[in-house]
Design a protein around this ligand. Structure first.
Ligand code: AHR
Length: 656
């Protein structure tokens, strides 16, 4: 080969390798845009036994006998039975539901003891019992004190006990002596000794000492709760949420705020005050909610994980498509205004005073109210009117609050009587996608108009893996989070959904969830750990990043397309000077990246590196292998110019 040919061949090779070199240039000196301090939060709703049989620590299923084999009617030839309670000796005893007073459909009346359902048990021999097996088990651990309560009527003592599911081991037992012909509330405790092995194969038993007629209402059992709150939450799940550093808690849904019909909406008035006085209601996902998790409990949950409430108010539309407009909206607008008053009112206000009586003297911090949920499903087009009426009423009383629309500005204006009168602070966008779609859309917000409303990404998830997500989903999530983070001047808040799933057989309605559990244990999906990492390393300024030579790959799904192999975002903590660089390599091959930092001042020789990775896209965590994929910390050498090799299928954060 002559010299000229050799030279041009060498130049071609070097041009190829130069274009193949992935390079990220961070302009740390030009970090001007602010990262929204509320970027990462939590979204919650009653789905997948998230509260009942989940976070809400009460352990007995159907504690108030609201779930019955037959609906409430004047006459049934066969006595109505409670669900999830078993009678041990049907030859010598019978039981039936005695329905409480009927509640009218859209009433605000609160239930009293007289209105609650009761269980009547008639025994013809001593020692008959009824059993509750909890929500797929009851957790027993060594050195644990349970607190329980029940209302009872009868003619002789009853015994309550915690036993192994086969009845062979009695963990704890208490005799309730003074049962009489009058309704009386009894409280009891169970102390589990230090030798007990952790298990969920446990049941709760009520034994009637003599033959006779007994009645029970509100039979409840609590394990120790987070921060020892009465009517509180499961500590393991609360601890996991705290690790996510959430800045807000969006509640009560999702679909749960709307309900399947008006009578099944989240009617907050029925969820405050004594839990025994709450009537409960069917959740939209096919099971009963006791409303033990009421408005105050939601806010205490937020407080306990260091977040503030982001309150979604019912906006006159239900999942079956019913809606109201005009004057018929007024009661629901009043509900919303009173609800806000309950959250932030002082002692001079009616509902602020009620909150204080309920046990929380200080108002809660509150900045955001969402009007409804996913009203783009309302094909009638009534949302524009409903939104506007709620918006005007809430702003008139609470001008400091930022209001969130569940549809975008164009749709709002298209259906409005006077489009010019529509005011829009924030719109909520929901994205449930697979990993490929997350990659395709990972630059979506870079293109958004900055003159429009701010964005709340109020539900999002990469839906791969079940019951909880797998590593491929975590890669899609991480790619999506780089997009939100790069654009967090616009995306002011975001929260993944759904948060929880009880993984016991029959408990899941929605696949691909963030945190899984059964009665005894809990674990985080790879997606959970990706979020823990992203929220832990978050600065207050967005660092502009110029990317060149990022390798791409072709997606082989129906939609196809070419997408980057590497996704990135960078922020800076202006007080500490730390720069956080997030890198996501979504492919099965390692990728070298050259990184340049300019305007960063002195850069230390070592940086902390936190990495989540897996060999297999389908790899995941489970109850049996809860820490298969977790973040691992190491140290790497960095400088103004350095290289890093990103492991296949990895999420990497450098704390520089
Ligand atoms: O998170 C599951 C459901 O998805 C929510 O209830 C609803 O808002 C959305 O459609």
């Amino acid at each position: 080969m002559n010299k000229k040919l050799l030279l041009s061949a060498l130049m071609a090779v070097s041009a190829l390798s130069m274009s193949a070199q992935a390079r990220l240039s961070l302009n740390v000196g030009d970090a001007q845009k602010t990262v929204s301090p509320t970027l990462y939060g939590l979204m919650t709703e009653e789905i997948n036994y998230s509260y009942e049989g989940g976070l809400y620590a009460q352990l007995l299923r159907n504690p108030s006998f609201c779930e019955t084999t037959q609906p409430r009617q004047a006459f049934h030839p066969v006595p109505t039975q409670p669900k999830f309670w078993e009678l041990t000796d049907t030859a010598n005893a019978s039981m039936r539901i005695v329905f409480g007073a009927r509640l009218t459909q859209v009433d605000n009346a609160r239930q009293s003891q007289k209105e609650a359902n009761a269980l009547s048990v008639i025994t013809r021999a001593p020692g008959v019992s009824i059993i509750n097996r909890g929500f797929w088990g009851i957790p027993v651990r060594p050195n644990t004190v349970f607190t329980g309560s029940l209302y009872a009527k009868g003619n002789s003592p009853i015994t309550v006990s915690l036993e192994s599911a086969d009845g062979k081991t009695v963990y704890a037992k208490t005799v309730i002596d003074h049962v009489s012909a009058d309704w009386t509330k009894f409280q009891f405790t169970f102390s589990i000794g230090k030798k007990a092995e952790p298990t969920k194969d446990v049941c709760f038993r009520v034994t009637f000492s003599e033959a006779g007629e007994y009645s029970l209402k509100h039979v409840k059992l609590f394990p120790p709760t987070f921060n020892n709150r009465t009517n509180g939450m499961r500590p393991d799940l609360m601890t996991m949420m705290r690790s996510m550093n959430p800045k807000f808690l969006r509640f009560p849904g999702g679909n749960y705020v709307e309900g399947n019909r008006f009578s099944e909406r989240f009617n907050w008035r029925n969820t405050v005050g004594s839990p025994d006085d709450r009537p409960g209601h069917p959740s939209p996902w096919g099971y009963w909610s006791t409303d033990g998790m009421g408005l105050l409990e939601f806010m205490q949950w937020a407080e306990d994980v260091g977040a503030e409430p982001l309150l979604a108010v019912f906006a006159g539309y239900t999942l079956n498509g019913d809606y109201v407009t005009g004057d018929a909206l007024q009661p629901f607008i009043s509900d919303a205004l009173d609800e806000i008053e309950y959250v932030i009112g002082d002692s001079t206000t009616r509902w602020g005073a009620q909150r204080i009586r309920d046990g929380h003297p200080a108002p809660f911090p509150l900045h955001y109210i969402e009007i409804g949920n996913e009203d783009f499903f309302d094909v009638s087009g009534s949302y524009s009117e409903r939104y506007q009426r709620f918006y005007n009423a809430i702003k008139a009383k609470y001008p400091q609050l930022q209001l969130i629309s569940t549809v975008d500005g164009n749709a709002l204006r298209a259906n409005a009587a006077d489009p010019d009168k529509i005011r829009l602070d924030i719109t909520d966008e929901h994205y449930y996608r697979d990993a490929n779609e997350m990659y395709r859309q990972a630059f979506q917000y870079d293109r958004y108009d900055r003159k429009g409303p701010k964005i709340f990404c109020g539900e999002w998830a990469t839906r791969e893996g079940k019951p909880t997500t797998n590593m491929n989903a975590a890669l899609g999530d991480a790619a999506w989070m780089t997009c939100m983070e790069r654009n967090s001047d616009l995306v002011i808040a975001s929260c993944y959904a759904p948060l929880f799933v009880n993984v016991s057989k029959g408990a899941m309605q929605w696949e691909s969830d963030l945190i899984g559990y059964d009665a005894l244990s809990a674990y985080g999906s790879p997606s959970y750990y990706a979020q823990v990492m992203f929220s832990e390393y978050l600065g207050d300024k967005i660092v502009p990043v110029r990317a060149t030579g990022i390798p791409t790959f072709t997606l082989t799904d129906k939609q196809g397309g070419t997408v980057p192999q590497i996704y990135y975002s960078a922020t800076k903590d202006s007080r500490s000077g730390h720069v956080y660089l997030k890198l996501v390599n979504v492919t099965g091959n390692a990728n070298d990246v050259k990184i340049t930092l300019s305007g960063a001042g002195k850069i230390g020789g070592k940086a902390q590196c936190v990495q989540l990775k897996a060999d297999d896209a389908a790899a995941t965590n489970t109850l049996d292998d809860p820490r298969h994929i977790v973040p691992v910390k190491s140290t790497v050498r960095v400088g103004a110019d350095f290289s890093i090799t990103l492991a296949p299928r990895s999420v990497t954060i450098l704390d520089i």
